[in-house]
Design a protein around this ligand. Structure first.
Ligand code: TXA
Ligand code: MG
Length: 342
């Protein structure tokens, strides 16, 4: 692959960008596209050779399945066979959250190549809210398989320049649609019918659609289990990781800096009351939420700030915890995985 091109678009003038992306996808190539969560590395979901290029560019192990993006609710039937007992729930969730950052695991149809689902009988499906992504999907006329556009195990990209750092020279094209609105990956759920009782919504990956929002539709269980086993894909303990070790502590006082080493602080709001700012002479302090956006702003900035700190040549990054309510659940999930031993 000689060179990775970037085409910048704004929402009024996206025709050329969409056409170029569609032309490559239709030829079985891969293209990085913006979504509202993070940038995705897209391929025609029904073309196994194209999907193989996604795994190759990311150096992603074949046991980790991809999310399939549909561009209309009608397209769902092409990729998933929705069981009768959860079909009303799927409709309600789609009505409430699609297009948007909710991914639903459903039994797959025969159209979906095994490579996409890593041999699982189920497929992960969502409809992206990003207008560029949706227009590409509509013009292609096929569902799009797209994992986050980073190398495996690394920080998800929330801008075209971050994609460039991850995949330069490995893919032909990046469509630059600006910064992602959400900043963390979609919430992933599986659904369980319970006869007369309320259905159960199992959250496999916390994300922008929160437990609180899902509770209107059923009993919500956050699955805590993480595993490195190939039969439990997507739940890898170590993930979203900067190259620099990331440390988290139960209490600020547990941090014991080693002499001569350089530490940076990933602070929630730069507030000394959190107990971290005054612990140490930090090389650098980066705040997740310097404005008043709180958890929303923190989610939006999380991967960007991790990248900034990762480029500082530190010996370690110390991350302050955030409160585990609403979006805080997803933020803490990403921080814990980034801190997990590799
Ligand atoms: O926001 C997002 O979801 C982004 C954008 C690009 O859509 N995509 C994304 O994809 O985060 P990726 O591949 O980085 O994460 C998808 C996760 C993986 O952890 C994968 O193991 C899990 O979804 N997954 C996919 N299919 C699954 C299935 N059938 N059962 C359980 N987990 C599945
Ligand atoms: Mg990913």
């Amino acid at each position: 692959m000689p060179e990775t091109r970037i085409i910048s678009v704004d929402e009024e003038d996206m025709k050329t960008a969409v056409e170029e992306a569609v032309a490559l996808l239709a030829q079985g190539e891969v293209v990085a596209l913006p979504t509202e969560t993070v940038y995705g590395l897209a391929a025609d979901a029904f073309n196994a050779d194209a999907v193989a290029k996604v795994f190759a560019a990311k150096e992603r192990p074949a046991f980790d399945p991809l999310i399939v993006h549909i561009s209309s609710f009608k397209e769902l039937a092409e990729v998933a066979e929705v069981p009768e007992d959860i079909s009303a729930l799927v409709k309600s969730l789609a009505g409430a959250f699609w297009p948007g950052p909710l991914t639903i695991i459903l039994p797959k149809t025969a159209n979906v190549p095994d490579l996409v689902t890593s041999g699982l009988p189920t497929v992960a499906v969502r409809q992206s809210g990003n207008i560029i992504f949706r227009n590409v999907g509509k013009a292609l006329g096929r569902p799009i398989a797209a994992p986050s556009a980073n190398r495996f195990g690394r920080i998800s990209p929330t801008s075209a320049s971050a994609v460039m750092k991850e995949l330069d020279g490995r893919i032909p094209l990046i469509i630059d649609g600006g910064a992602c609105r959400e900043g963390i990956e979609s919430t992933i759920v599986t659904l369980e019918a319970r006869g007369e009782q309320r259905p159960v919504i199992h959250i496999l990956r916390a994300g922008p659609v929160t437990k609180e929002e899902l509770q209107k539709f059923g009993k919500v269980v956050i699955e805590k289990k993480v595993s490195d086993r190939p039969d439990a894909p997507g739940q890898l303990a170590s993930h979203y990781a900067p190259r620099t070790p990331l440390l988290m502590f139960d209490k600020p006082e547990d941090f014991r800096p080693e002499p001569g080493k350089k530490y940076g602080l990933l602070s929630y709001r730069g507030d000394p009351k959190a107990g971290y700012i005054d612990l140490h002479e930090w090389e650098i302090v980066e705040e997740l939420s310097p404005g008043s956006g709180k958890l929303m702003e923190a989610a939006l900035r999380l991967f960007h700030v991790m990248r900034v700190l990762d480029e500082e040549g530190l010996d370690a990054i110390v991350a302050e915890p955030v409160s585990e309510t609403g979006l805080g659940v997803a933020i803490m999930d990403r921080l814990r995985r980034a801190a997990a031993p590799r």
